[in-house]
Design a protein around this ligand. Structure first.
Ligand code: NAP
Length: 321
């Protein structure tokens, strides 16, 4: 039977932003409820080595770091619910989120921390063979390519990190990039160029994933050089798409101001959105920095903004006391 759950601060998402918001809101006695959604722990759970999150002299693992954050948020009083939010109503307070089983979660303030998800190229063959050799997560699927050849598409930090990670398993990794210059940080580029197993394929795009349907599997990549027009085929059995992310903001369309890429617009130096009492944190509102540590920082801001908002705009029941 569907149930109702009320809190002062409702938080959607359990990545670094949502969990930091939860820690701060719980320590401010706001008894937050956090709903974890489709990817509990967020994008950090599909990464491996993390060496740029401050506080750890030695490399830590992304999933471990998120487990620690979840435990920390729970210890200070956060209530967690595993549910998929299907709709939200931001037209009045308390704001409401409805889960896929019909449960209703309401909050006097709402902190959105639903993050972002991997982007796909949109090729028919890519979608058909997704999960059968085409992946957006080397950490999740790299293990299956021991002793095989694979390709990674993209030229950013994610693509380079995935290519490096895949050299632990694959015999050869082709990094297919549409330009002749990488966007990734220099330290990662240096590691990439020093790794004999990785071969960059410059100025090239993936035209088609070659594969079989029965049983489903990838047998190659048809690649086109955008300068010469030349088409070639690579003998790879795995293709990892690493071309960036899109914000998970579909739920809020038409209710909050967003930019042309679907990111929620927040006021400068604040997590305030176009609806008073609704705050956006992490990758749903940041397309510039997009780091776990910046997501955590804006999560903290979201909780503090919610706390100030509730102090100035108490819920009706409290105002009447
Ligand atoms: P990104 O920086 O946006 O890079 C996306 C890459 O994919 C770019 O090289 C882009 O090419 C290419 N691309 C985009 N659309 C394409 C298409 N349709 N066809 C072919 N190529 C396409 O995304 P990201 O690498 O996922 O990184 C996202 C954010 O997370 C960044 O801020 C990054 O710094 C951060 N990050 C940090 C770490 C770390 O610090 N360790 C690790 C992972 C990610 P162009 O270069 O030509 O635009």
């Amino acid at each position: 039977m569907a149930r109702e759950h009320h809190t002062k601060v409702l938080i959607l998402g359990t990545g670094a932003a949502g969990l930091t918001a939860a820690i701060y809101a719980a320590r401010a006695n706001l008894e937050p409820i956090v709903i974890d959604g489709l990817e509990p722990g967020g994008q950090m759970t599909i990464t491996t080595d993390v060496e740029n999150y401050p506080g750890f002299a030695d490399v830590v693992q992304g999933p471990w770091l998120m487990e620690q954050m979840i435990e920390q948020a729970g210890k200070v009083g956060t209530r967690f619910f595993s549910d998929i939010v299907m709709s939200v109503d931001l037209s009045r307070r308390p704001f409401e989120a409805t889960g896929d089983g019909g449960d209703i979660y309401s909050g006097d303030a709402l902190v959105i921390a639903t993050g972002a998800q991997a982007r796909w190229l949109g090729l028919e063959s890519e979608q058909r063979l997704r999960g059968f050799g085409v992946s957006a997560c080397a950490t999740c699927d790299g293990f299956f390519y021991r002793g095989r050849e694979v390709a990674v598409i993209g030229g950013g930090n994610t693509a380079v990190e995935e290519a490096l990670f895949l050299t632990n398993f694959a015999t050869k990794v082709s990094l297919i990039h549409r330009r002749d210059e990488l966007r990734a940080e220099k330290i990662l580029q240096d590691r990439l160029f020093a790794n004999g197993k990785i071969e960059p394929v410059w100025d090239s795009v993936l035209e088609e994933v070659l594969g079989t349907d029965d049983p489903p599997g990838v047998t190659g990549a048809r690649v086109r050089n955008v300068k010469s027009g030349e088409v070639s085929e690579l003998n790879v059995e795995g293709i990892f798409i690493a071309i960036g992310h899109d914000p998970n903001t579909e739920l809020f369309k038409g209710q909050l101001d967003m930019d042309e890429d679907g990111y929620i617009v927040t006021a400068p130096d604040s997590t305030t959105t176009s609806v008073p009492g609704v705050f956006a944190t992490g990758d749903v509102q940041d397309k510039v920095y997009r780091q776990a540590v910046t997501a955590a920082g804006t999560g903290c801001m979201g909780a503090l903004d919610a706390e100030h908002f509730l102090a100035e705009n108490p819920a009706e029941a409290e105002a009447a006391e």
